[in-house]
Design a protein around this ligand. Structure first.
Ligand SMILES: Cc1cc2nc3c(=O)[nH]c(=O)nc-3n(C[C@H](O)[C@H](O)[C@H](O)COP(=O)(O)OP(=O)(O)OC[C@H]3O[C@@H](n4cnc5c(N)ncnc54)[C@H](O)[C@@H]3O)c2cc1C
Length: 476
């Protein structure tokens, strides 16, 4: 191989052809470099906002490849990015001129139906996990789009349709296998490397590369009950307070997110509703279908829906129902969030006018109801913070025209700023936009857990090899 110019934390560095050959000989997967026929395809991230060009993409096939890649990057001081599913809207899974350690070929999932556990490799998606676990009528809380990587989602916390019944994804994490900055392999669980296990449950990719995750599974499905009436958005001021009160006493089998969205001009949506702004009272009941139908009924009668997609649905179909609206590369994404103290009248009145008039129709405004199992875990038990708030507010901006980017970003940022008086100041790290606030964002997201995260970072990654993430800076 020829010599490669690489990026070393902002300055140029070169890696000799001989060193590249040594790396290659110790690597079982493929090293993809600029000029290779599939380079552009392999480097593509989900968010069309990013067009990063790594100097090398290390397509790992197992733990040994991950160790070799970490050692190579560290020894040559090369900027290092890690890709699981590539979904992170901030584009942290890649970098210009450095190495992208790509786990997307490592998608194996093994289920043990007797212990109701599953082990999944770090490049798997939620679609991969749901497919294997549902064979046994089991599931673990994941995200709501099946193409999302389990790695980034789990390491940030993991919010999905089972959060009130079974908690966050990290609340169902039993152990991780992880390669740290020194190239060493560890298993971290509540008994071994407990500090590391605490930190990876919310602290993101700061501590090493997780090669596999072990999850607790629960009986779910195969059919669950979807609640999805689409009300005219203008009726939101009457509907949102009732929904908010309803969820305070709803059974934990029900998890719900109220969403402002625009009726897509797509099959399955009545033509007369196309393009209209709607408030979707979305909820999923994971218990019996009889209970589900009865429990969601009041949410279907909060007004006169334009359409109602409620009914029994296979768990795997539910988990992939949104996929088509979030395609890879073809659209631009900017997801950002704030924890809200409550959803009182003032907060609702601050939300509605902006939620009803987005600059691009597919901008989704999500009001995640928290509570239940996820709120019973203590704030210091895992690195994830903000469990006790009742609501996570999110602007999930989706647009297709790059010429609209400035307008959409300004709308999203202004919207969130306008909610500061109603916010605790916290947020969800997996919905943190482009991470543009840097250290301020990370400190406000982790609050009282920040200093403990710094001490774990100091121990496992004192030179900040894993820095392309919501970065916890070491202090040694
Ligand atoms: C369409 C869409 C839907 C979403 N829905 C949800 C949802 O329902 N619930 C929710 O909680 N979040 C959701 N998210 C946010 C999601 O959790 C984050 O984007 C997350 O980072 C995605 O994980 P990934 O592996 O695909 O990310 P990647 O972009 O591959 O990685 C993101 C970061 O995670 C770290 N990382 C990745 N893989 C590893 C690894 N194996 N070991 C160590 N670090 C690693 C790295 O720091 C990397 O920069 C959604 C995002 C999108 C775009």
């Amino acid at each position: 191989m020829d010599e490669l110019k690489m990026i070393n934390n902002g300055s140029g560095a070169s890696v000799s052809g001989a060193d590249l050959e040594t790396f290659k000989s110790n690597f079982r997967g493929r090293l993809v470099i600029p000029g290779d026929a599939d380079y552009d395809e392999v480097r593509t991230l989900w968010n069309g906002m990013h067009d990063k060009k790594p100097g090398i993409i290390a397509r790992c096939t197992g733990v040994a490849d991950v160790m070799a890649s970490v050692n190579f990057a560290r020894d040559h001081q090369i900027l290092l990015a890690v890709r699981g599913g590539g979904h992170n809207v901030g584009g942290s899974a890649s970098c210009d001129g450095g190495i992208m350690i790509d786990l997307s070929l490592m998608k194996g999932v093994w289920v043990d139906p007797n212990t109701r556990t599953a082990r999944a490799q770090g490049g798997a998606t939620w679609g991969d996990v749901d497919r294997e676990t549902q064979v046994f009528g089991l599931a673990t809380p994941g995200g709501v789009v099946s193409t999302t990587g389990i790695a980034g989602l789990t390491l940030g916390g993991g919010l999905g349709w089972l959060r009130r019944k079974h908690g966050l994804t990290i609340d169902n994490l039993i152990s991780v296998d992880i390669v740290t900055a020194d190239g060493q392999f560890h298993t971290a669980n509540s008994m071994h490397n407990a500090d590391l296990f605490w930190a990876v449950r919310g602290g993101g990719g700061n501590f090493g590369i997780v090669t596999s995750f072990e999850y607790q599974l629960h009986p779910v499905g195969p059919m669950v009950t979807l609640c999805a009436p689409w009300y005219p958005a203008e009726e939101a001021d009457a509907i949102l307070p009732v929904w908010n009160e309803f969820m305070k006493t709803a059974p934990e089998e029900l998890s719900s997110t109220a969403m402002f969205w625009t009726v897509p001009a797509a099959p399955g949506f009545p033509a007369e509703a196309h393009g209209k702004r709607a408030l979707i009272i979305a909820a999923v009941h994971s218990g019996s279908l009889e209970d589900g139908a009865r429990i969601i009924q009041p949410l279907r009668e909060l007004g006169k829906p334009m359409l109602d997609l409620s009914g029994p649905i296979p768990w795997t179909a539910l988990q992939s129902a949104f996929d088509g609206f979030f395609p890879k590369k073809q659209q631009l994404y900017y997801f950002k969030s704030r924890n809200l103290r409550q959803l009182d009248q003032q907060t609702i009145q601050a939300i509605i006018p902006q939620a009803c008039k987005p600059p691009a129709p597919m901008i989704l405004i999500a009001i995640w109801n928290y509570g239940g199992a996820m709120a019973r875990v203590g704030e210091q038990e895992t690195a994830f913070t903000g469990r006790q708030v009742p609501i996570l507010f999110g602007v999930d901006a989706v647009w297709a025209d790059p010429g609209q980017t400035e307008e959409v970003l300004a709308y999203s940022r202004n919207f969130l700023s306008s909610l500061e008086p109603y916010s605790t100041g916290g947020m969800y790290v997996n919905f943190s936009g482009l991470g543009e606030e840097g250290e301020t964002l990370v400190k406000s997201a982790y609050g009282n857990n920040y200093e403990r995260l710094v001490s774990v970072k100091n121990k496992y990654d004192p030179h900040n090899l894993f820095r392309l993430n919501q970065n916890i800076k070491p202090t040694v």
